[in-house]
Design a protein around this ligand. Structure first.
Ligand SMILES: *[C@@H]1O[C@H](CO)[C@@H](O)[C@H](O)[C@H]1NC(C)=O
Ligand SMILES: *[C@@H]1O[C@H](CO)[C@@H](O)[C@H](O)[C@H]1NC(C)=O
Ligand SMILES: *[C@@H]1O[C@H](CO)[C@@H](O)[C@H](O)[C@H]1NC(C)=O
Ligand SMILES: *[C@@H]1O[C@H](CO)[C@@H](O)[C@H](O)[C@H]1NC(C)=O
Length: 489
């Protein structure tokens, strides 16, 4: 059992924070859906004599698009002592086979472990692993270097025409995946009624990972791959949106009490969320943080504490388990929280977790509230920021991301610990992100753009192996912000 696995992760980020800007900035213009529907509507409005042929042609066109909502079943949790990650199940290829992939809003590509790979996890304590086999799929096609998708992700190194397009992604914890790109059919669950789904599909390009290293190459907590929900053109959501299959808008409700939760693509009608602008020119989903409150008191922190070199603001990332704060924010935050409990004797577990013996109610710790632009706030309760490693032994989920040094910044990351038990909406088309406290079990309502119908999507809890929690302790603290994304030959 490797309890120390995640300590060097932050130093990787510290050394390489400047590389983050090498990632592709969001470039997809607010394309398809709404505009088109509006144009069509205005075209037929105000005409006294309706041309039936034109209407029929319009209907055929409308039905050829699938701007419907997608339901991605979720499993996992954000407890470092349990699973520490959220995953979904997608279908790939013909015939379709199921793959369990970690949901990551901090990266831009979908990849899965590939059949015949050189270094891949073989057996996981979490789910049954399935390598993707292009030879077994009648719809799989290779992606060559001359493909525009290849040149889009391959901005810094050469790829010779005629060769297969290769990829490399390195994440913030030092783990990496590399392999080649393939084009195949992806199968997803289309929302067709209240808590009902049918099947839909689209052709996308994704990574066939033939060599995974770091935690991604190991077996304990392995899943089949990672599904990146980033806003760059290479993410599967941007690819499906450019085929006018989905809207560039998605939402999640990560259930930290029951496990699993809700992950949908499409427009959420209810509950309503309060939004804050996404920072432009950021490779990630970043928002502007103004202040932090511990209980009722506002923390005193120097201005610019959250600006990390060229990456400004705080990153919202479902692929990271905990919350990472710069040293100048972490220290005042911890001392303010601990001021309410002078009786605690603290000890450090695995170099980075501050832990203590405690038998009283968690409510006696103060909630922590982050204040963003447009008076949007996000509250993290003690039930969310404290986790139990043994009976009566609790640890803080807050992590010290380190010190700012000249020219090299420290990233502030709000991971699953801060995002759970809330509905979080990422509206890429309108460049806003928003959230509201929500009981995930109650479901959410989404809109089917084709019919205008509103349907309830309920929470899911994909099963995982329960032996996991017994055998592993604090192993699965993931940190999936890529710091280098490039193609190598
Ligand atoms: C990204 O996609 C949009 C819409 O399909 C396109 O206009 C834009 O040129 C693409 N950007 C790059 C760098 O390929
Ligand atoms: C994709 O979905 C359509 C419509 O449901 C279906 O006719 C088609 O066979 C599917 N394609 C694949 C490759 O599964
Ligand atoms: C959440 O909703 C479910 C189902 O509606 C209910 O059983 C549960 O008690 C609620 N949980 C909380 C914490 O309110
Ligand atoms: C969710 O799934 C996990 C793993 O299969 C299981 O241990 C847990 O009890 C489930 N949660 C609920 C509320 O059923």
């Amino acid at each position: 059992m490797d309890l120390r696995r995640r300590h060097w992760s932050l130093s990787a980020i510290l050394l390489s924070a400047s590389f983050v800007t090498l990632l592709n900035p969001p470039q997809l213009s607010s394309a398809a859906s709404e505009n088109l529907v509006f144009e069509v509507r205005s075209k037929f409005a105000g005409k006294s004599q309706i041309d039936l042929r034109a209407l029929r042609a319009h209907d055929t066109h409308r039905h050829s698009r699938l701007l419907s909502a997608i339901d991605l079943p979720l499993g996992g949790d954000s407890q470092p002592e349990s699973v520490g990650l959220y995953f979904t199940k997608i279908g790939l290829g013909t015939p379709s086979r199921d793959f369990h992939v970690q949901v990551d809003t901090g990266s831009d590509i979908l990849w899965v472990n590939c059949a015949g790979c050189i270094r891949c996890p073989r057996k996981s304590d979490l789910v049954e692993l399935t390598p993707y086999d292009a030879d077994a799929s009648s719809t799989a096609k290779s992606v060559s270097c001359s493909d525009s998708f290849c040149s889009y992700v391959n901005q810094r190194s050469e790829c010779h025409s005629g060769s297969t397009c290769q990829y490399v992604i390195q994440y913030g914890d030092g783990s990496s995946t590399n392999g080649y790109l393939v084009r195949d059919v992806m199968h997803l669950d289309l929302v067709t009624g209240n808590r009902q789904t049918g099947s839909t599909n689209g052709t996308i390009i994704f990574g066939c990972g033939s060599k995974q290293s770091g935690q991604l190459g190991e077996s304990v907590s392995a899943v089949d791959g990672i599904i990146g929900f980033g806003q760059s053109n290479s993410s599967f959501i941007s690819q499906l949106a450019s085929q006018r299959k989905v809207k560039r808008s998605f939402a999640h409700c990560l259930d930290n009490n029951n496990g699993g939760g809700i992950f949908t693509i499409g427009e959420v009608v209810s509950p309503k969320v309060k939004t804050t602008p996404m920072l432009s020119n950021s490779a990630h989903y970043s928002v502007n943080l103004n202040s932090i409150q511990v209980g009722d008191s506002v923390l005193k922190i120097s201005s610019g504490a959250f600006d990390s070199g060229e990456e400004k603001g705080v990153i919202v990332d479902s692929g990271t388990t905990l919350v990472y704060l710069p040293d100048g924010v972490f220290k005042p935050l911890m001392s303010q929280i601990l001021a309410s409990h002078p009786e605690l004797t603290l000890h450090t577990v695995q170099d980075s977790f501050t832990c203590f013996h405690y038998t009283d109610k968690l409510d006696r710790f103060p909630p922590v509230t982050f204040q963003f632009d447009k008076s949007t706030s996000l509250t993290v309760t003690p039930q969310e920021y404290l986790f139990q490693i043994q009976e009566n032994t609790w640890c803080f989920g807050w992590q010290n991301g380190g010190m700012q040094t000249k020219g090299v910044g420290v990233l502030t990351i709000l991971g699953d610990m801060a995002l759970s038990n809330k509905l979080v909406v990422y509206d890429i088309e309108n460049q806003v992100i928003g959230w509201t406290n929500h009981n995930c079990s109650a479901g959410i309502q989404v809109k089917d753009e084709q019919s205008g119908a509103i349907y309830t999507v309920g929470a899911h809890n994909l099963s995982w192996s329960s032996s996991l929690a017994v055998t592993k302790l604090l192993t699965f603290v993931s940190f999936l912000i890529p710091f280098l994304f490039n193609i190598a030959l």
